[in-house]
Design a protein. Structure first.
Length: 368
């Protein structure tokens, strides 16, 4: 009997080993996902049709911004100020399509923190300008650089355009403005070059289902951005969802006054396009979160997410252009927009990640 029992357990162990081997081979992309989906195709579409083209456009827009800045610094008049403001806005619009891509070189250099931390710190900006000595890449200056700092320098550095132009009679203001734009262009160039020279292939070939693989990290970054960058930062924090009272001074585009809604709508559009695999340039679509879910027979979840995205867009469209004014006149509409975005967060963070067998890799500490 002892011999028979020994044979039985030997056969059982061998069967388990074969079963585990078969399960691993069932996923052509490696890793432990085992669902047979071609993750490489999804990553290729993201890299080639969405991420790199968006960075290329941002780089071009920042080059235009730099040219406008150089002209303004040489001749700070009303016409050149208007041209500079327009170039800033056009670049800021494209930034909404890039901000969620916190992976690769962008993650390594803390790119997002150097491009769009708001509210900007007026005291830090003015202190830097007064001293004439600063390290713009230091973490202490994250709230004194990037698009929000330019928002202050171009729209809020004084009470009206005549007074703003008078500020730029001081070379220290010209220098700081110039340094900010040059830094933004340089950092973007670094990230784009990394994507087009080496990181693209690294990204596309990282198809495993592990905590550090490209799709797992990208998916987490996408959900994190939707939850924090879009839902919380653009809407929830200024509307008071995380505080005892509303904080309207924390809106994006605070000094320019009329661009908060535009920037938020573009951010939602960017999230929508990434989910559905739509190319940055044009209407073409490829492999995406949507097609991955469809492969997993989760058409119900695809429908629910796209329906909620449309509903959130409708809520955003109903807001005033100036979120500061919206909060102070009818904050209920802001909180309703937050609620619409929150419904999407649940679908992405719980249902979609579970369907992909991807674990959340960040800590949720905002009490929602």
């Amino acid at each position: 009997m002892f011999t028979l029992r020994k044979v039985f357990w030997s056969v059982l162990v061998l069967w388990c080993m074969l079963a585990c081997s078969s399960s691993s081979e069932g996923n052509p992309n490696g890793g432990n996902n085992g669902d047979g989906y071609d993750r490489g195709a999804l990553l290729s579409n993201l890299a080639d049709n969405i991420i790199i083209p968006a960075y290329q456009d941002l780089s071009a827009k920042l080059s235009t911004l730099k040219t406008a800045k150089d002209v303004f610094v040489a001749t700070p008049n009303q016409s050149n100020l208007e041209t500079l403001r327009k170039a800033w806005l056009e670049a800021y619009k494209v930034w909404q399509f890039v901000e969620m891509f916190n992976i690769g070189k962008a993650e390594a250099i803390l790119y997002g923190f150097q491009m769009n931390v708001y509210p900007t710190s007026v005291s830090d900006i003015e202190s830097n300008i007064a001293s004439g000595s600063y390290d713009l890449e230091h973490t202490n200056n994250n709230d004194a650089v990037g698009f929000p700092a330019l928002d202050y320098l171009l729209f809020g550095v004084d009470s009206d355009d005549t007074s703003i132009l008078a500020k730029y009679a001081d070379d220290k203001y010209k220098t700081y403005l110039s340094d900010l734009v040059n830094q933004m262009e340089s950092l973007t160039g670094m990230v784009l070059t990394d994507w087009t020279t080496s990181y693209r292939d690294t990204f596309v070939n990282s198809t495993e289902n592990t905590a550090t693989s490209a799709l797992n990290k990208f998916t987490n970054d996408y959900v994190f951005y939707f939850e924090k960058g879009l839902r919380a930062n653009k809407i929830g924090i200024p509307a008071g969802n995380f505080s005892a009272t509303p904080l309207p001074e924390k809106v994006e585009g605070f000094y320019s006054k009329v661009h908060s809604k535009t920037l938020s709508l573009l951010a939602l559009e960017a999230a929508n396009k990434s989910f559905n695999g739509q190319a940055y340039n044009g209407a073409g679509k490829g492999e995406s979160f949507k097609t991955y879910l469809e492969f997993l027979k989760r058409d119900d979840l695809v429908s629910a997410i796209n329906t909620r995205l449309d509903e959130a867009n409708t809520e955003l469209e109903g807001l005033q252009d100036d979120f500061y004014k919206q909060i102070n006149t009818d904050n209920t509409k802001m909180t309703q927009t937050y609620d619409a975005l929150q419904k999407i967060v649940v679908l992405l963070k719980v249902d979609m990640l579970q369907a992909f067998n991807i674990s959340v890799d960040y800590v949720d500490a905002d009490g929602d």
